[in-house]
Design a protein around this ligand. Structure first.
Ligand SMILES: CC(C)(COP(=O)(O)OP(=O)(O)OC[C@H]1O[C@@H](n2cnc3c(N)ncnc32)[C@H](O)[C@@H]1OP(=O)(O)O)[C@@H](O)C(=O)NCCC(=O)NCCS
Length: 150
């Protein structure tokens, strides 16, 4: 894999237009700009971006409530997929979750999203349950994946 010079850093308000552009190309029911602005003010939330030479190439976030970190969103710009950015975002989220004493990380993923499922498996998540009809756009179930941090 080519070694791209990207860094993972905290998301700021200035990143949000780019984040929302990637969000819209990545998800059937995208979060709005206002939703992301709200997330940046949420004390329980941690949002990161992948910054590739000043350009936002991806982002990811989670809520940490007591001992549980819950990944809300993670996406990489179509042009930059398959270059390790998704994995780096996830690894940094995990590092922060551990630092904040979370004992597990959970997330939901569509059964049809094989790329994301592979990514999560490759960093140690296991499929722990199903949420029936979770996704509002097509009634697809969600697979809940969990990684224990102890
Ligand atoms: C899921 C997503 C964030 C992955 O980001 P990425 O930067 O492309 O992923 P990476 O390059 O870090 O790849 C990490 C692992 O993912 C898996 N993966 C990546 N691309 C893949 C592909 N085309 N086919 C199968 N598995 C793939 C592999 O396990 C890969 O590990 P490997 O390179 O050692 O084989 C990205 O595809 C994306 O934005 N998808 C749309 C939004 C989305 O579905 N988000 C997740 C919602 S739950």
């Amino acid at each position: 894999m080519e070694n791209l010079p990207f860094i993972i850093r905290k998301m700021t308000e200035r990143d949000i237009d780019e984040v929302v552009r990637i969000e819209q190309e990545s998800f059937p029911v995208p979060w709005s700009k206002e939703a992301y602005l709200g997330e940046l003010k949420n004390n329980f939330a941690v949002y990161l971006v992948c910054d590739y030479e000043g350009e936002i190439a991806g982002y990811g976030g989670m809520w940490i409530v007591f001992e549980e970190a819950h990944i809300t969103n993670i996406a990489v710009d179509k042009r930059f997929r398959g270059k390790g950015m998704g994995r780096s975002l996830l690894e940094e989220l995990e590092r922060i979750a551990r630092e904040k004493n979370a004992l597990r990380i959970v997330l939901e993923v569509r059964p049809s999203n094989h790329v994301a499922r592979n990514l999560y498996k490759s960093v140690g998540f296991v499929e722990t349950s199903i949420r029936k009809g979770y996704y509002s756009n097509n009634g697809e179930d969600a697979i809940v994946m969990t990684k224990l941090l102890f």
